[in-house]
Design a binder for this molecule. Structure first.
Ligand code: HEC
Length: 106
């Protein structure tokens, strides 16, 4: 599990106090896509099959939905990377990723 190797978290060291680590662990264990009844979560789980991608951006469902987004767009200061969901999904903080609300900023 990723939380067990925070000395090398995608090349960075992450320092968490024990309380925060437990909080994050509990969140992940209760909110993972395979436990969610949400339609998009079920599609993500279905798309990964038996694999365990380390990033949501590497799941086939996600890659399919974002295949039209080019690297030159991601280089914009307003975006930075595909992990910056909020840059294009203004309602991301409420867990809403509807394609109607998605807008790629300049
Ligand atoms: C550069 C802009 C951009 C970023 C960053 C981005 N998205 Fe998207 N996303 C879009 C666009 C545009 C669409 C709509 C694609 C379409 O309609 O074909 C979309 C579609 C989606 C959909 C499908 C919605 C539907 O109703 O079919 C989901 C889920 C989603 N994004 C989740 C995320 C998550 C989670 C992140 C961050 C890890 C993220 N996106 C980052 C632009 C972005």
């Amino acid at each position: 599990m990723i939380l067990n190797n925070l000395e090398d978290h995608f090349g960075e060291t992450v320092n968490l106090d024990p309380e925060t680590r437990i909080h994050i662990s509990e969140y992940l264990n209760t909110h993972s896509a395979d436990l969610s009844p949400a339609k998009i979560s079920r599609k993500i789980v279905k798309s990964i099959g038996n694999t365990t991608p380390l990033r949501i951006t590497k799941t086939p469902y996600f890659m399919h939905k974002h295949h039209e987004i080019q690297d030159t767009m991601l280089n914009r200061k307003s975006i930075g990377s595909l992990s910056n969901c909020l840059a294009c999904h203004s309602t991301a903080e409420d867990g809403i990723y509807d394609d109607d609300n998605a807008r790629i900023p300049r």
